[in-house]
Design a protein around this ligand. Structure first.
Ligand SMILES: CC(C)(COP(=O)(O)OP(=O)(O)OC[C@H]1O[C@@H](n2cnc3c(N)ncnc32)[C@H](O)[C@@H]1OP(=O)(O)O)[C@@H](O)C(=O)NCCC(=O)NCCS
Length: 182
């Protein structure tokens, strides 16, 4: 199943393609936006290699999307197969916006559309999202998209980021929770 182009009230969500490389390079050049993701800026070559892996890894209607508002791209969204052991019916939500797009409700709006798409169009059973425990903005975005806290865990990494000692959190929403929110 090919990845669908999606619409929300203000956003046009376009499946990630090679034409989006300059936007990904912009995202990977801002240390503030990267502080919970990478210990340093990524080079254009590293970004291109990641983009190619993401595009090649898009399966079953899942993948990454670039969101547009009225002009330049406003953010990168993900609804993809989680890393690790195979978990049929489960997908992982993610999002990353440049600072110029922050605090305007775009991450919430794009995430809600991907959650709807995952359950209504793709027939998923569960959507999860993970972030560092200290990433308040990401945790608030998960909650605003209807996900609730599921668990905390620790990851062994070669280059720990600031806040690594507080661990990671996972949030989730099931199809039942989405249909009948409390
Ligand atoms: C996390 C991120 C996508 C949020 O994007 P955003 O467009 O600013 O978020 P929204 O405006 O849609 O806000 C969504 C919710 O989060 C809250 N929020 C956003 N930024 C926040 C912050 N810095 N601190 C606390 N809450 C925050 C909003 O108030 C809103 O909650 P509400 O619906 O209860 O009012 C953005 O900060 C970002 O790209 N950060 C860098 C990359 C990153 O950390 N990605 C996540 C990796 S797991």
């Amino acid at each position: 199943m090919p990845q669908a182009r999606l619409r929300s009230e203000r956003l046009d969500l376009v499946p990630l393609a090679e034409e989006h490389l300059p936007f990904l390079v912009e995202l990977n050049s801002d240390p503030v936006a990267l502080r919970y993701l990478y210990t340093r800026r990524l080079t254009a070559a590293e970004t291109e290699a990641r983009m190619r892996r993401w595009i090649a890894g898009a399966v079953d209607g899942l993948g990454l999307w670039v969101a547009y508002g009225s002009g330049d791209p406003i953010g990168l969204f993900m609804l993809a197969t989680p890393d690790g052991p195979s978990r049929p019916g489960v997908a992982e939500l993610g999002y990353r916006l440049p600072q110029r797009s922050w605090r305007q409700g775009f991450a919430k709006e794009g995430s809600r559309e991907l959650v709807r798409h995952g359950f209504e169009d793709l027939g998923l059973d569960r959507i999860i999202a993970q972030t560092m425990a200290v990433n308040e903005a990401s945790r608030a975005t998960m909650a605003s998209a209807g996900l609730t806290y599921a668990r905390s865990f620790h990851e062994d990494v070669e280059e720990p980021l600031a806040g690594h000692e507080d661990g990671e959190v996972e949030y989730e929403i099931t199809r039942g929770m989405w249909r009948s929110p409390v």
